[in-house]
Design a protein around this ligand. Structure first.
Ligand code: SF4
Length: 246
């Protein structure tokens, strides 16, 4: 069922030209007006506000965001960062989502394939310099994919990490020069589970196997019961973010 957009006006035609001192308060007001609204209404607002200029990022740990936007913007572009290091289960989830939802999967591809990267930087760059590896395989491809867009959507949730605790629903993304929309910021793990059950969504099989936060295979491990869900990402060093949200 299609969700009617909530009425929160935003003039996107001049947004990019405004000085930060005007632009950021305008977006903060929009964000405040959307706070507490259901994710489906936020998605409908974003789709109606940005039209074809929006793209939805999905890690394929779950397919909640693609499903949400497929309801309000059939055929919506869904961006998948194809690092070349994904688990087979993640790629299967992407394929099932592409087949069963009204979405168009777009892959952000690094400039070099893995063989070329290994030739230039040596094998297992992720073990020696994960910052550079994430830049080459995630940060740079994402930046190129967002170039010229009006807004992108992410599934960031405030409870996921201290670095995400104050994430706004709508904000200006300085790094990429466009609006960032986070419809799921207030969701708990129970909300995630309830949405998947209600809509009988395809699941990434790794979650049930002890992987509550899934990234590239070389940088993701299982976590023990009670352990921080993101402890399995870049385990063994102080890294908690790949750089696309910071
Ligand atoms: S998560 Fe690991 S393998 Fe993936 S891009 Fe970052 S450092 Fe490389």
């Amino acid at each position: 069922m299609t969700t009617a957009p909530v009425q929160v006006p935003l003039d996107i035609t001049t947004l990019g030209d405004l000085p930060a001192a005007e632009r950021d308060p305008a977006l903060a007001a929009v964000s405040a007006a959307l706070e507490g609204k259901p994710a489906g209404e936020i998605a409908a607002w974003a789709a109606s506000t940005f039209g074809a200029d929006i793209i939805v990022a999905a890690s394929m740990q779950d397919v909640i965001l693609p499903h949400l936007f497929a309801q309000v913007a059939p055929g919506v572009e869904v961006l998948f960062l194809q690092t070349g290091y994904h688990f087979a289960e993640t790629l299967r989830t992407r394929d099932v989502a592409a087949r069963t939802l009204s979405i168009t999967v777009v892959e952000a591809v690094p400039r070099q394939n893995l063989a070329e990267q290994d030739a230039e930087h040596g094998e297992k760059l992720h073990d020696r310099d994960p910052n550079l590896c994430c830049f080459l395989r995630k940060v740079d491809p994402l930046a190129r994919s967002l170039d010229g867009r009006g807004a992108w959507v992410t599934g960031v949730r405030r409870i996921e990490a201290p670095t995400r605790a104050h994430t706004a629903i709508v904000s200006w993304d300085d790094k990429h020069d466009l609006v960032k929309v986070n419809p799921l910021v207030t969701w708990s793990d129970e909300d995630v589970e309830a949405y998947q059950v209600t809509h009988d969504l395809p699941r990434n099989a790794l979650v049930a196997q002890g992987y509550p936060s899934i990234g590239c295979a070389p940088c993701t491990r299982k976590v023990s019961p009670g352990e921080d869900p993101r402890a399995g990402r870049w385990s063994g060093n102080n890294r908690t973010e790949c750089g696309i949200h910071t």
